[in-house]
Unconditional design. Structure first.
Length: 386
């Protein structure tokens, strides 16, 4: 049976001609998607419409959720097709576009992430944006349909205000870019890494490791900086920060305790509940950090963590054609993280009662599952952690 038959004989949209796996995932949407390029912006100028820019990547869980809830919806597609020119971008194919508009969203909202949802004037200037939006109003938060209606009305009825806001935001982005220019002459300012280290000390979570609160991303760059600093001048306070963070991640659900490697980030402050996606660059850098930490302190656990991460990369992320895959999707078996979740009965079926009981006590496997699906509210299984 053809794919068109699965969507009621609908023909694929123009993304069917693209090479990106992420764009191809959206070829059957009823949304009239355009890839990034002059054709889309020419249409926006010709029809005097704002642009809706959606940026994501193929293994992004919340990108899949927003596609299913909104971009597969005929009602929302009608709103988009009638009032906007819609562009879909793969951030792994166009990191330059992603970087520009991520800065815009961060300026507008104070945070960022994917899917990124940005609204532009026909001359590519952003005027409003965010990340994931549910399709309908939920818990006092406007849904995507409401947002589309409000922005379309604002763009039509208060155009000068929209263009002024877009000009201000574009000016702020240019100012940020100007501040990023490197000075070609002069010595390195030694106060820069010192200030960075002081900031890390101030934001360090003394209870669970890491920096700041939820969500917590593996801070491989910060740990590398601290390791370099302590290699030149030993400092017990920095060593406590490094080891506290490495230990917290190693014992948490952010680490795949069964298959090795690390998930994208923890949704909580205690490293237990992960966002189940796994990234090549995270695991490569974390393997390096744990290897360096093992060389420094001879902690066999650090060696085991590094070896298991590298083993996972070799086993799961190596392409038969050569090279490596960049990411592993969070979704499996029809749900988020299903592959990584365990029921108590599954453990005892595999290991037997005695070893299964020991494993479950060590890794927190309970009769009542410790993971709640944030979309469905169901409890499909346990996340192993120590």
């Amino acid at each position: 049976m053809s794919q068109a038959a699965h969507v009621g004989e609908r023909e694929p949209n123009r993304l069917a001609k693209e090479q990106s796996p992420y764009l191809l995932q959206h070829q059957w949407n009823p949304v009239d998607w355009y890839p990034w390029g002059p054709e889309a912006f020419a249409k926006a100028r010709r029809e005097n419409k704002p642009v809706f820019l959606s940026i994501g990547y193929s293994s992004c869980h919340w990108c899949h959720v927003m596609e299913h809830e909104s971009f597969e919806s005929d009602a929302i597609a009608k709103l988009l097709n009638e009032n906007f020119v819609s562009i879909k971008v793969d951030r792994e194919e166009r990191p330059d576009v992603d970087e520009i508009y991520m800065r815009a969203v961060q300026l507008l909202t104070g945070s960022g992430g994917w899917p990124m949802s940005v609204f532009l004037t026909p001359d590519q200037k952003p005027f409003w944006g965010g990340t994931y939006f549910p399709p309908d109003d939920r818990g006092g938060r406007p849904g995507f349909a409401s947002i589309l209606g409000a922005l379309s009305d604002t763009y039509t009825g208060r155009r000068s205000e929209v263009e002024a806001a877009a000009d201000r935001l574009s000016a702020a982005l240019r100012q940020m870019e100007g501040g990023r220019q490197f000075v070609a002459t002069g010595a390195l300012d030694r106060s820069v890494p010192e200030r960075a280290i002081e900031e890390l000390i101030q934001t360090y979570d003394r209870h669970y490791g890491g920096f700041g609160g939820a969500p917590k991303f593996p801070p491989h760059g910060a740990l590398e900086l601290l390791l370099r600093a302590t290699s030149m001048t030993p400092r017990e306070d920095l060593e406590r920060i490094i080891r506290g963070t490495l230990d917290g991640m190693a014992m948490g659900g952010i680490r795949d305790q069964v298959g090795g490697g690390f998930h994208r980030y923890a949704t909580d402050a205690i490293w237990v509940v992960p966002h189940f996606e796994k990234m090549l660059y995270d695991n490569a850098q974390l393997a390096s950090v744990y290897t360096e930490a093992f060389a420094r302190w001879q902690n066999p656990e650090y060696r085991r963590v590094a070896e298991e991460a590298l083993g996972w990369i070799a086993r799961e992320m190596t392409s038969e054609e050569g090279g490596f895959f960049s990411a592993l999707d969070a979704d499996s078996e029809g749900g988020e993280g299903a592959y990584y979740l365990w029921l108590l009965k599954e453990i005892t079926d595999v290991l037997g009662l005695e070893e299964g009981d020991l494993f479950s006590r060590v890794y927190g496997i309970e009769e009542i599952a410790n993971f709640v699906d944030p979309v469905t509210g169901e409890e499909p299984g346990n996340i192993p952690y120590m």
